[in-house]
Design a protein around this ligand. Structure first.
Ligand SMILES: NC(=O)C1=CN([C@@H]2O[C@H](COP(=O)(O)OP(=O)(O)OC[C@H]3O[C@@H](n4cnc5c(N)ncnc54)[C@H](O)[C@@H]3O)[C@@H](O)[C@H]2O)C=CC1
Ligand SMILES: O=C(O)C1=NCCCC1
Length: 317
């Protein structure tokens, strides 16, 4: 890419066509492992800066990272909102910027919504790969929005669940979800019905109060808790947090941003990257919670994959 030239603009439809879970997952595992090694010569990723958008009940999150050995300098701008129940407006909107680390110019500006949807779901799937029981049969998804869809797609691609249950606080949400997925789903009218006996539970709601309660969760289940990304927002209750072995993507991120971690007072056992690196065990036999907040390194390696594939495609035509 010409240093003096304008940046490439790669938008939603193209990102959707170029990103594949089979290629994304190993890159994310590599990035999570590198992040957890805490080697500043390899990865620099501060906790994201958030700017409150008081008038709009939201936040701008700025998520930079520099991955020196990968030659990656990247920042994501993501706005996320506390929306009214039933609001049709999106919960998040994101843009990813890739820069040339040597010259500092912007090489590419990309839609960040598909990247956010796919990388978040893929990291949850990595948590399940590492932490769910090997005989897991039932997956329950709470929420029916963008993240619910990407989680359904990657979990059904990577694993063979016998049943996938879905719950939303709105019946129409579940019906829309059923029509947009290619496989079967069991529609549930209550959270309790969806999660009772489930081996893996994904929470992808916009809730700011607990929606998943520990008393319903089967011992030994794995929970990927993806929503509630503010220090005073909750998605799961104290009972679950205290019963579970708690894994996170970033300890610093969780201690700064996760209401489920901070307000329950639990101790974080490990980062997912520690398990990938073999420095902390995967307690598959116990109830586990993976609290996801999202990390810039995930966006950076996803955007690099998009850019590499875009260039390969452009050189063929
Ligand atoms: N950990 C991470 O890396 C990321 C987390 N997120 C978070 O994941 C969550 C879901 O995001 P999207 O799927 O994009 O949002 P979305 O707006 O597309 O879907 C949200 C879902 O939550 C449901 N919902 C809304 N209010 C609710 C309430 N009070 N109780 C129960 N359900 C409710 C909606 O019906 C919908 O099914 C959000 O909290 C978002 O901030 C989003 C991106 C990355
Ligand atoms: O990592 C992200 O991207 C997000 N994390 C939490 C809230 C919305 C977006």
């Amino acid at each position: 890419v010409d240093m003096a030239g304008p940046p490439l603009i790669i938008w939603e439809r193209e990102v959707e066509q170029l990103l594949l879970y089979a290629e994304l997952v190993p890159r994310l595992e590599d990035a999570l492992g590198k992040f957890s090694r805490r080697d500043n010569a390899e990865v620099i990723q501060p906790v994201r800066t958030t700017v409150a958008l008081q008038k709009h009940n939201g936040f701008l999150g700025v998520m930079p990272t520099y991955m020196e050995n990968d030659g990656l300098l990247c920042a994501k701008f993501v706005c996320f909102y506390k929306r009214e129940l039933g609001s049709a407006l999106p919960a998040t909107q994101a843009t990813v910027v890739l820069l040339n680390p040597q010259y500092g110019n912007v090489e590419a500006v990309m839609d960040g919504d598909v990247i956010t949807g796919m990388r978040t779901a893929a990291v949850s799937a990595v948590s399940a790969k590492l932490l769910m029981r090997p005989d897991a049969e039932v997956l329950a998804i709470l929420g029916t929005g963008k993240q619910a869809l990407s989680h359904y797609n990657v979990f059904t691609e990577m694993f063979s669940f016998k049943e996938v249950r879905v719950w939303s606080h709105r019946k129409e949400g579940i019906e829309r979800f059923r029509q947009s997925v290619s496989g079967p789903v069991t529609m549930c009218v209550s959270v309790e019905e969806a999660v009772t006996g489930a081996d893996v539970i994904v929470t992808v709601t916009r809730c700011t109060e607990p929606v998943l309660f520990g008393r319903w969760v089967k011992p030994g289940a794995h929970v990927a808790a993806v929503g509630a990304c503010r220090p005073n927002w909750r998605e799961v209750d104290d009972v679950l947090m205290k019963e579970a072995v708690v894994y996170v993507d970033s300890r610093d991120g969780a201690m700064t941003e996760s209401g489920d971690v901070i307000l329950s007072g639990v101790e974080v056992f490990a980062e997912l990257g520690d398990v990938i690196n073999g420095t902390k065990p995967a307690h598959r036999e116990k109830t586990t919670v993976f609290k996801s907040l999202g990390m810039a390194v995930e966006d950076a390696v996803s955007a690099k994959l998009v850019l590499d594939k875009w260039k390969a495609k452009a050189s063929q035509s």
